[in-house]
Design a protein around this ligand. Sequence first.
Ligand code: FAD
Ligand code: DHB
Length: 395
Amino acid sequence: MRIDTQVGIIEAGPAGLLLSQFFALHSIDSVVIECRTQEYCETRVRAGVLEHGTVELLKEAGAAERLQRLGLQHSGVYLRVRGKDHHIHFRELTGGRTITVYAQQEVVKDLIALRLAADRRIVFETEDASLHDIEGPKPYIRYTKNGESFEIHCEFIAGCDGFHGVSRPSIPDSVLRTVDKLYPFAWLGILAQVAPSSDELVYASHERGFALLSMRTPEISRLYLQCEPDEDLHKWPDERIWSELRMRLATLDGWVLKEGPILQKGVTGMRSFVVEPMQYGRLFLAGDAAHIVPPTGAKGLNLAAADVRVLSQAFVSFFRSGDRALLDRYSEICLRQVWNAQRFSWWMTSLLHRLPNDGQFDRRRQTAELDYVVGSRAASQMLAENYVGLPFETL
Ligand code: FAD
Ligand code: DHB
């Protein structure tokens, strides 16, 4: 069966859904396809920290009603070094900017609800998606659902289908340059039914490895431990996780980690990955389809939103006046913000993790760097302005 639209969007993750919402606001027709179920998309536990600019974008998209009501606004984070907390005060160091803790799956839920309420097209549980004629003026997406074949004929395709999607591999190898870096550790993350033990996030540097205390709601905590890249979760019964967290998050003043039932556990690998360019013919990549950052510093979701800001404005100018200038500069503009986020995520990762083969020199250098970051206003400000998100480039 043939479906006609202006832009075909592959996926119902944050990038594709936000793009589709901006399209709806500007009367651009789009169809979103997604290989998972609606329930899966709305319950997949991932990121939780929204930068100032991401919150502003969601407000602009008309998708921030629940976020503004339920999101937890934070003015800073703590760096816990040798058992002592150092507060990095974002509001003070960045002229009033803050971050908001609000789960990625809630952002996804809000955007899906808006799309369904407006009766706009979104197809879940698609199979065998493939992209065709992306070099020409009339690209199309083919997929099947319940054994029936469909073709979405469109003017452009937005490939927002994450790291394992089909969009990026549709671009010829000879066109794409891939820059990739793997890290020799991963994060074991848990979601626990217990009130957060801190009013703001705690990034802890410890001899046994990095630990992070985060949260989702006043009743739900999210915690992470640095672990082996191929860590076997079976070796981590709940009590071992809490015991390790207690050790790595311990303070000199007897602070107590609150514990509760673990609702979910998972291991997230760490990599830095970028493809250049992020566009080819009539295909535009956004979000994890084009880049992955290591999670330290919480940039992944925010970077996906930053891509969408540029892509949505580029499409709006094109469909309004036929002006291709911004579309043609899409990759160049996004790659500047992507490399900034890569630089910062790499720096936060190197600052806080223990490397298996670190010698005395690297340990001492890391300690000196941590002391500098917490002791110098200029260095704290550098962390703060990157964490809350650098201002967007004017388009
Ligand atoms: P995704 O969210 O990956 O969405 C892609 C969508 O495409 C998915 O819904 C997928 O089902 C769909 N899809 C894929 N292939 C197809 C296909 N062939 N046909 C149709 N649909 C398809 N970032 C942080 O900032 N902090 C964190 O703590 C954090 N934790 C993470 C934990 C995990 C386990 C992972 C994987 C990522 C984490 N991230 C984190 C990164 C962050 O979640 C991503 O950067 C963000 O999800 C990017 O959004 P996206 O829309 O680009 O891609
Ligand atoms: C979270 C994840 C991050 O990668 C991070 O740096 C901070 C918080 C989180 O999931 O809450």
